[in-house]
Every structure is written in structure tokens, then in C-alpha cells.
Design a protein around this ligand. Structure first.
Ligand code: EPU
Length: 421
């Protein structure tokens, strides 16, 4: 964690050249807990070297697992020695995904006591759907004194109907159901790429999961799962952030190691703005020369426009020609970056969940503070676009989810560095 750092960005340099995307954050934070569903060791490759991954490894170690982690190479988890099911707030406060320990510990040994998760403050983020699903599988769940206590003599397959589409809920039920007796069917399941990646990971451990990537996922429980070696998919949101940064600086950037089909919602919007996007098998090239056109965006579940790119693209739209609107439908408070963008000269109004942006010719460097991970990406992008120097505080939020973002941007020509306060 770099709590005592600030980032200094001198804007105006177009990003040029080639870069490589890291492994997916939201897939890694699901796959790491999944390793404890077997007693055998599992090895995961392509994990991003980010704080969310570090925090999960600490959680597994605290529970008694042996972890061998070589950043940027592999993580091997040996879960056999796990002797606890208690995950304290000192660790869950560091990441939202710590709630996956509920499904994973229940699936492993029928018991989990997990402190309510922390993570980014972007809305109320309840877990009622997780609780409803785990209860349907036969777990007794008690929420008291800041902990969720879950217990089941034996988990059994069940039909789980989600009232809303929830990524975290879908993942937690998949984790718990993989070793439950009988068949679980999740209706109204999330379809994000990391849901499919988790299903592939669990299937490589011997699980029987079908339908991931559609609304209905069918999980036939297996009594035991075995260890595996698995490479996680590239980060969809990091790819998108780099695409937006390239466009924002009127640059020409080729991103390697990505999955272009995961990016279709963003690609369509960039094309609408007049930005050139071309694709190869695992390559995306973004080029922008002319002034960008204003557009309208509504965040939606996959394959719609991802909420995780709402804040970064809002920064880009601050200098587009005309009035843009951004409608955030997933998280009701994912707007804390707007005040900071205003400090830099952006003309923005917030009406309920709709952001109205009147494009300005110039943003100006200013001191700004990050409030959550994707707000961090938005402010870095704004800094790259701005005239003068932007000082970005609370950079630890960025380190939760982006692997060495400023190193990647510097290698593309950005004038960006950190200073210790
Ligand atoms: N919701 C409920 N009840 C629940 C669960 C969710 O009402 O039991 C609501 C939430 O409040 C929200 C909506 O349902 O309004 C969607 O929440 P979801 O459960 O899908 O989100 P999440 O699992 O908490 C994950 C990602 C987020 C990403 C969202 C949406 C991880 C660790 N987190 O969160 O990623 O924004 O899905 O795609 O996978 C990020 O990477 O910056 C990030 C916040």
C-alpha cells in the first residue's frame, strides 16, 4: 500500500506505443478463494500484482493455508492445513471480494464466520441476495456484531432466483454449490467474463458447471474437487481504462493480451465519439486525432456498458464537443469523482443518477483526491488530458486494483510519477 504517496501528472503528452494488459482483478478475487474447495494444491497464473490479491492471500494464510506467491508468475495455495473459518474485519475491510470466503468456506467445511466486507464506497452494497442464495442451499445464516456467520451440516443443491443481477451473489452461490449434494440452478445469473472464468476454473478442479455466461447456470455438486493449474483471463476494466487513456490523450496505443469481445460495449461508444478502434485476436489498437463527439451512456450488466468504466469515460467526456449524459444504473453513489473533475474545470451537473457533462476545451491541473478505485482511474485520465500538473492524493485506491498503472502509462510516454509525502 502506498498510503503516503501522491501522483504527479503533467498532462498533454499523447500516449503512444504498445502495452500489455494484466490478469483480471475481479476474476482473480473469485478464483483465489475457490482454491480452498479442494484439499489438494492449486496454482494460479497471470494474477495481477495488486493489493486485493495480496489481501486475499493474507486471508488464506490466516486460515492456515500455505501460500507460495511469486508476483507476476504464480500463486500456489496448499489448503490442506486450513484450521479456521474465521475471517476478521482487519482483513475483510481491505476488499469487497472478501465475502467470497463465505461461499468458499461453506463449500469446504460447512462453516464460515466472515466480517462484513470493506472495499470501495460506491453505494449501499447489501448482500441480501448472497444470504438468500446460501440459505436456499441449506445454510443457516446469522448476521450479528459486524459478522456473517454461516453454517450448514450439509449443503444441498437448490433453485436460486436472484431478484437482481448480482456478480458477487452469483459467484458466492457457484462456490458453495460446487461441492453441495445435488444440482443447483441459478436463475437471473450475472454473465460477466469473470463468471465464465470462475466456472472454467472450478470445472478444471472437477466441478460440473454449465451455462456460465448465460442467465441460467446449472451446477451439479461433486463430493470432492481436485487441485488444478489455471491461468486467469486478462482484465477487462484495465483494458478499457488504457483504451480510454489512449483516446483521452489523442494517442495511438496498441494493447496486447486482451480479449476484444469483452470490450464491445466500450468499443462501440469510442467509435461513436469518432475514435478509431481496431482489433486483432488478442490486440486492440486505439487512435484518436480529431476532437471527440459527445455521447450518451447508460451502465448495464454485461454485455452492456460496465459500471466500472463509467468514471473513466466521464473524464474523457469532459473535453468532448457538446453535451454528454452518463446514467449510472448499478451503484447509486458512484459519483465521488465529479467534484474533483470540477476542480479541474469540468462542467458537470449531477441529477439523481444522471451526469450531465458540457464539454470544455481545456481541463487544468489541480490537486485532487481519490475516493475509490475507478475514481482513481478517472482522475489519472483527467490529469493526462489537463494543461499543467495534477496532484493525485490517496493513490492506495489505485493499487487495490491496477497493477503498476503509472509505470504502464509512463512507458507509453506519460509524464507521471509518485512522490512520497
Ligand atoms: N446488490 C443487492 N443485493 C445483493 C448484491 C448486490 O442489492 O445481495 C446490488 C448492489 O447494491 C448493486 C447491484 O446489486 O446495486 C450490483 O451489485 P453486484 O453484486 O453485481 O456487484 P459486486 O459483486 O458488489 C462486482 C465487482 C465490482 C463491479 C460490480 C458490477 C468484484 C469484486 N466487484 O461487485 O467491481 O462494479 O460487480 O459489475 O467483482 C471494481 O472493480 O471497481 C468494482 C467495484
Amino acid at each position: 500500500m502506498y498510503n503516503h504517496d501522491k501522483m504527479l501528472i503533467k498532462g498533454g503528452s499523447p500516449l503512444m506505443g504498445e502495452t500489455m494488459v494484466s490478469g483480471g482483478k475481479n476474476t482473480s478475487v473469485a478464483v483465489i478463494p475457490a482454491t480452498i474447495l479442494s484439499d489438494e494444491p492449486s496454482t494460479i497464473e497471470n494474477l495481477p500484482d495488486i493489493d486485493d490479491v495480496h489481501a486475499l492471500i493474507e486471508i488464506l494464510e490466516l486460515l492456515g493455508a500455505e501460500c507460495e506467491y511469486v508476483p507476476d508468475q504464480y500463486l500456489t495455495v496448499r489448503p490442506k492445513s486450513i484450521n479456521s473459518h474465521h475471517v476478521p474485519f482487519s482483513l475483510t475491510r481491505r476488499l469487497r471480494a472478501s465475502y467470497y470466503m463465505l461461499g468458499a468456506l461453506l463449500g469446504r467445511g460447512g462453516k464460515a464466520t466472515v466480517a462484513y466486507p470493506g472495499g470501495c464506497e460506491i453505494g449501499s452494497r447489501p448482500i441480501d441476495q448472497h444470504v438468500k442464495g446460501l440459505s436456499a442451499l441449506g445454510a443457516t445464516i446469522l448476521e450479528r456484531s459486524g459478522f456473517v456467520e454461516a453454517e450448514a451440516k450439509k449443503l444441498g443443491g437448490a433453485d436460486v432466483f436472484f431478484d437482481i443481477v448480482t456478480v458477487g451473489g452469483t459467484i458466492n452461490i457457484m462456490l458453495a454449490a460446487a461441492t453441495a449434494e445435488g444440482t443447483t440452478i441459478i436463475y437471473n445469473a450475472a454473465k460477466e467474463p469473470h463468471i465464465v472464468d470462475l466456472a472454467n476454473f472450478l470445472n478444471s478442479m472437477g466441478a460440473r458447471i454449465k451455462g456460465a455466461g448465460t442467465d441460467i447456470i446449472r451446477i451439479t455438486g461433486r463430493e470432492t474437487l481436485h487441485g488444478t493449474t489455471y491461468t486467469v483471463i486478462p482484465d477487462q476494466i484495465e483494458t478499457g481504462t488504457l483504451m480510454i487513456a489512449a483516446a483521452a490523450t489523442h494517442g495511438d496505443v496498441t494493447i496486447h493480451g486482451c480479449i476484444p469481445t469483452h470490450m464491445e460495449a466500450l468499443t462501440a461508444k469510442l467509435l461513436e465519439m469518432g475514435i478509431q478502434v481496431s482489433e486483432g485476436d488478442d490486440i486492440i489498437r486505439v487512435r484518436a486525432h480529431d476532437q471527440h463527439r459527445a455521447i450518451n451512456i447508460k451502465t448495464q450488466v454485461y454485455p452492456g456498458f460496465p459500471t466500472d468504466l463509467q468514471q473513466p469515460i466521464t473524464a474523457l467526456l469532459c473535453m468532448a464537443n457538446g453535451q454528454s449524459t452518463v446514467y449510472e444504473t448499478i451503484f447509486e453513489q458512484r459519483f465521488k469523482h465529479l467534484d474533483e473533475l470540477r476542480r479541474m474545470g469540468a462542467h458537470i451537473k449531477l441529477m439523481d443518477r444522471i451526469v450531465l457533462i458540457e464539454g470544455v476545451p481545456t481541463l487544468y491541473g489541480a490537486p485532487v483526491t481519490i475516493t475509490d478505485l475507478r475514481a482513481g482511474a478517472a482522475l489519472v485520465i483527467a490529469g493526462l488530458m489537463a494543461r499543467g500538473t495534477t496532484e493525485v492524493y490517496e493513490t492506495a485506491f489505485i493499487d487495490r486494483g491496477y497493477e503498476r498503472l503509472e509505470d504502464k502509462l509512463r512507458a507509453l510516454g506519460a509524464d507521471i510519477h509518485r512522490e512520497t509525502l
